[in-house]
Design a protein around this ligand. Structure first.
Ligand SMILES: Cc1cc2nc3c(=O)[nH]c(=O)nc-3n(C[C@H](O)[C@H](O)[C@H](O)COP(=O)(O)OP(=O)(O)OC[C@H]3O[C@@H](n4cnc5c(N)ncnc54)[C@H](O)[C@@H]3O)c2cc1C
Length: 501
């Protein structure tokens, strides 16, 4: 019927946004029999800040004792060390160093050390510059001391976010992609929430969780709460070829300033070298462009920690946008009016680290404030473990042969840089990838030196075949981002004189 609104059914909880925060909350709620749906406006997961960040699992010494960040960060760090096994995502326990130059910065290291002790950070020690260089020989001779934190780790942020939502879905959570929340539906007196309107129709639930990252203030204003403003703040990065991945073997921070943790240099979970980010406030929530000046600043900042990084070994650049919040700390609050609306806002760094602990807290908030509208019955069918798609690049020769014998697609290399096989791409599609970018986030074709120059056409072909659509319909990241415009020679033939119209 023209003009009718599509009704997508009733749930107990709706989560707006499938970044690491929405995904960890969804997985936590999937332990119970309640019906949960996650609504995500993008075509790929992760999309927002969870896609473009430093991927550090912080030890927890950066934040003032008593703050929400100081509470959730060390707790999240501890959880990741077991969650990576349970959910099979890459986490590498490299440890981190905060590097000081001279007395004033060394005093700051002591402050961080004391903060860390108060926050429950484990494995810290202040060491001399010389000892740092024994571990990290490429660091600057001007560094006089460093704070070592053994519990600092680095994660594959794509795999981790996907792992939480993948396991949540296995346990019954519904995920709606390309579904943008545009308004909140209330009861008649506007005293409690009833659901949301989206570009795909209405969804109903008595509990709505706002985990929309840089849009958290926009969504919060939909229920009349304007108690905070998000200031999007962009950070630019370089990624370098794996050939120089071992320039450092851990995560190196500059001494933090008022602007944040500064430029860092790290060995990533997948053995690349990563440097960044800058910090530039902007009005645009979607601007993820890199700039010549931003990249110069990134490179110069990194060179103060690690001189001599070969710039010509960079394989790509990218930028992420932080959800800096006017109130400073994480803002996690169940509103009294309208009842049923929970803000999980201002989740900037160390938000990735804190997310699993935030998810536990939000679950308790629902139980305490809304326990009469949502039943907390443990689901006996809940399965906490899930397996990632086997990473061909990490398999032994024997394991590769065994897989290729079981299915020849394991013997077909699609991406040479990252040794990704056709079988991995097919499995990513089976688990929900619908775009070239989504396949890349799942199994990494296009993340190597050629940046998709060779493998992208193969990925388009496999996507089209598996989804049963024309290659012309395949997009890079949804919307109008089509990879192909027409079949080769077709437009030319049509343009020839005398060609049929
Ligand atoms: C440059 C940078 C470096 C960082 N480094 C680290 C680090 O090393 N360690 C660390 O712990 N943290 C780090 N962080 C912070 C961390 O990345 C964030 O705290 C975390 O990713 C926030 O997750 P989120 O789920 O709240 O937001 P997001 O990941 O932004 O997810 C929000 C989601 O909501 C969706 N959405 C928005 N509006 C709507 C709507 N109307 N309807 C439906 N969906 C909607 C978006 O598409 C998006 O997918 C960094 C962040 C940045 C930007």
């Amino acid at each position: 019927m023209v003009g009718s609104v599509k009704e997508n059914g009733n749930f107990d909880v709706l989560i707006i946004g499938c970044g690491i925060v929405g995904a960890t909350i969804a997985r936590e709620l999937s332990r119970y029999t309640m019906k949960t749906a996650v609504l995500e406006r993008a075509s790929d997961i992760p999309f927002g800040a969870s896609r473009a960040n430093s991927s550090m699992i912080h030890g927890g010494f950066d934040d003032e004792p008593g703050s929400a960040k100081a509470k959730f960060c060390p707790a999240g760090n501890r959880m990741y060390h077991t969650l990576c096994e349970e959910l099979d995502f890459k986490l590498r326990k490299f440890g981190s160093f905060v590097c000081a130059r001279g007395e004033s910065e060394e005093r700051h290291l002591k402050k961080l050390y004391e903060q860390g002790k108060a926050n429950g950070t484990v494995g810290m020690e202040i060491i001399s510059g010389q000892k740092l260089r024994e571990k990290e020989p490429n660091t600057s001779p001007e560094i006089t001391a460093a704070l070592w934190c053994e519990s600092g780790a680095i994660v594959n942020n794509f795999e981790a976010t996907l792992a939480f939502i993948d396991n949540a879905r296995q346990n019954g959570v519904s995920l709606y992609m390309e579904t943008e929340v545009t308004a909140i539906i209330f009861d008649e007196s506007r005293s409690s929430v009833r659901g949301v309107s989206t570009n795909r129709g209405n969804f109903y639930a008595p509990v709505i969780i706002n985990a929309s990252g840089v849009y958290a203030d926009v969504i919060s204003r939909m229920v009349g709460d304007d108690s905070f403003i998000i200031h999007p703040t962009r950070g630019e990065y370089f990624i370098f070829d794996k050939a120089v991945g071992n320039f450092v073997t851990s995560f190196l921070f500059s001494c933090p300033s008022k602007l944040g943790k500064g430029i860092t240099v790290t060995h990533t979970a997948d053995d690349n070298l990563l440097i960044g980010p800058t910090s530039v406030e902007q009005d645009d929530r979607e601007n993820r462009n890199t700039t010549a000046s931003g990249l110069d600043e990134t490179f110069e900042g990194a060179a103060r920690l690690v001189p001599g990084i070969p710039r010509n070994m960079a394989i790509t650049t990218f930028a992420g946008v932080r959800a800096n919040i006017s109130t400073g700390d994480f803002y996690i609050k169940a509103l009294e009016r309208p009842l049923g609306f929970i803000n999980v806002a201002g989740i900037k760094s160390p938000g990735f680290t804190s997310a699993p602990a935030i998810a536990l807290y939000v679950t308790e908030l629902i139980r305490e404030n809304l326990g009469d509208v949502v039943k907390f019955e443990k689901d006996p069918a809940f399965v906490p473990e899930r397996k990632h798609i086997p990473r061909f690049i990490d398999l032994s020769a024997g394991e590769r042969q065994r897989l290729a014998a079981s299915d020849p697609k394991w013997g077909q290399i699609v991406c040479r840089c990252e040794s990704v096989t056709e079988a991995q791409v097919v499995e990513a599609i089976r688990r929900g990838a619908r775009t070239v970018a989504a396949v890349k986030l799942w199994v990494r074709p296009g993340t190597g030196r050629c940046q998709g120059g060779f493998c992208a056409p193969r990925v388009v072909e496999i996507l089209a075949r598996e989804l049963g659509v024309s290659p012309l319909e395949i997009t890079r990241h949804g919307g109008n981002s089509h990879m192909l415009t027409s079949r080769t020679k077709e437009p030319i033939l049509q343009d020839l004189p005398g060609a049929p119209l």
